[in-house]
Design a protein around this ligand. Sequence first.
Ligand SMILES: Nc1nc2c(ncn2[C@@H]2O[C@H](COP(=O)(O)OP(=O)(O)OP(=O)(O)O)[C@@H](O)[C@H]2O)c(=O)[nH]1
Length: 162
Amino acid sequence: MIGGKMLDIYIYGAQGILLVYDITNYQSFENLEDWYTVVKKVSEESETQPLVALVGNKIDLEHMRTVKPEKHLRFCQENGFSSHFVSAKTGDPVFLCFQKVAAEILGIKLNKAEIEQPQRVVKADIVNYNQDPMSRTVPRPRSSTRMLQCVLSRAEALAAAR
Ligand SMILES: Nc1nc2c(ncn2[C@@H]2O[C@H](COP(=O)(O)OP(=O)(O)OP(=O)(O)O)[C@@H](O)[C@H]2O)c(=O)[nH]1
């Protein structure tokens, strides 16, 4: 089973879901069929129907791309996903991606200045878990997950302020 035992709980009631794959790894794109099948199954039981966004990651490795943009777009069109391309490495344009998803969920239209704003790279503090006594009891969070959480909080704060 994909995603582990907690996956249904994460999906149930979610307002937005980002299906993220690696543009240089075709298998990661193919796997999204299975992930989306789980999303649909869990959402059937929920009153909240999530907005689903398709996110192609690692655009800094465009020269190694194996998933053609047409494939990405067709998958979006067939399923009504919004479409995004990002690089978690450079941060480009991760913030805007979350802002667009948050805006879509809230039914807000982003203005030109917001869309064209210089991309802010969100930096997470680096924790050295080898020297940290907590490392024996606390599982190491993944770097990209931490960064995306920071971005999401900022997007949520922005949406709440409007
Ligand atoms: N060049 C580049 N590398 C990336 C990017 N995003 C993640 N990586 C690298 O890809 C590898 C996997 O990143 P993780 O954050 O572990 O992602 P994951 O989905 O948990 O990957 P798995 O552990 O392989 O399932 C790491 O070496 C990252 O540094 C990106 O946008 N560009």
